[in-house]
Design a protein around this ligand. Structure first.
Ligand code: IPE
Ligand code: IPE
Ligand code: MG
Length: 257
């Protein structure tokens, strides 16, 4: 992860530290198109995208964003050609190992959202090692969404609650929005305030669908390997100008003032 606080300080000029999103979600899309545009194998795009991941993790840590969730591999991505899936797994393993010390020294906690048990055994081990090592870190939480899909996550939560009902420890009427949230991979974390998707696609693709109820969404045409810290800060400034009403009316404009 690159770290040059003086550089990011200059970039971040104009950002209000009091209204930064607490939790940012990123749908890191466009690696394949980035490579195809250059007549390269899609895998080269994924490799280049890893560098963007380092930059954005670094930027978030320096700016003081507390939770960053990166959509790295969806439940649907298992349906890609085997060679691409394999290459993505190799890159993931490399990332989890190469960033371990950096995460530890920069007080970043790693968390995996998704079906950890579906990942190859060596990745499960390396991920567990990094999660154990960084468990007490508090400056920032990095969530890697791996073999993640909202529908699987919600199904799993419903099964777990149904089990409790079947055992008699929970009444159906006692199931609340809070208890559902508490059974998701993001249990005890705040919902994302801002979700950014690169590569110009206007969809969530099964990402944090429950948690995104009131997230601000920003779509950029930039392909993930070309996404920069500067564009990220530009998006944060755009976020800071938005009026988040959560279904209510602004006090200043309501009739009772
Ligand atoms: C995002 O880039 C990375 C993953 C989904 C793993 P893509 O591989 O989806 O790139 P495009 O959308 O084909 O360009
Ligand atoms: C979403 O991108 C998943 C990740 C970024 C990991 P996809 O490329 O898989 O999504 P679709 O197919 O365009 O919806
Ligand atoms: Mg894609």
């Amino acid at each position: 992860m690159r770290s040059d606080p003086s550089e990011s300080g200059a970039d971040a000029k104009g950002l209000n530290p009091d209204i930064l999103p607490v939790h940012v979600g990123m749908i890191m899309d466009g690696n394949g198109r980035w490579a195809q545009k250059r007549l390269m194998n899609r895998i080269r795009g994924h490799e280049k995208g890893t560098r963007t991941v380092r930059d954005i993790v670094s930027a978030c840590r320096e700016l003081g964003i507390q939770y960053l969730t990166l959509y790295a591999f969806s439940t649907e991505n298992w349906g890609r050609p085997q060679a691409e899936v394999k290459a993505l797994m190799v890159l993931l393993k490399k990332f989890i190992i190469s960033e371990r010390e950096e995460m530890e020294s920069r007080d970043i906690r790693l968390n995996i959202l998704g079906q950890l048990d579906k990942l190859p055994g060596d990745i499960q081990e390396e991920a567990q090692k990094t999660m154990d090592l960084t468990r007490e870190n508090r400056s920032m939480t990095l969530n890697l969404a791996l073999s993640y899909g909202s529908r699987e996550e919600i199904t799993r939560a419903v099964q777990s609650l149904a089990d409790q009902v079947a055992q008699g420890s929970l009444k159906p009427g006692d199931i609340t929005e809070e208890s559902i949230s508490a059974h998701l991979y993001t249990a005890s974390m705040p919902d994302p305030d801002l979700i950014i998707r690169t590569s110009g696609e206007f969809r969530l693709s099964n990402f944090l669908m429950w948690q995104a109820a009131y997230a601000e969404i920003y779509i950029t045409d930039t392909l993930w390997p070309d996404f920069t810290r500067e564009e990220f800060i530009h998006i944060l400034k755009n976020y800071q100008e938005r009026d988040r009403r959560f279904g209510k009316v602004k006090c200043s404009t309501s009739s009772d003032g």
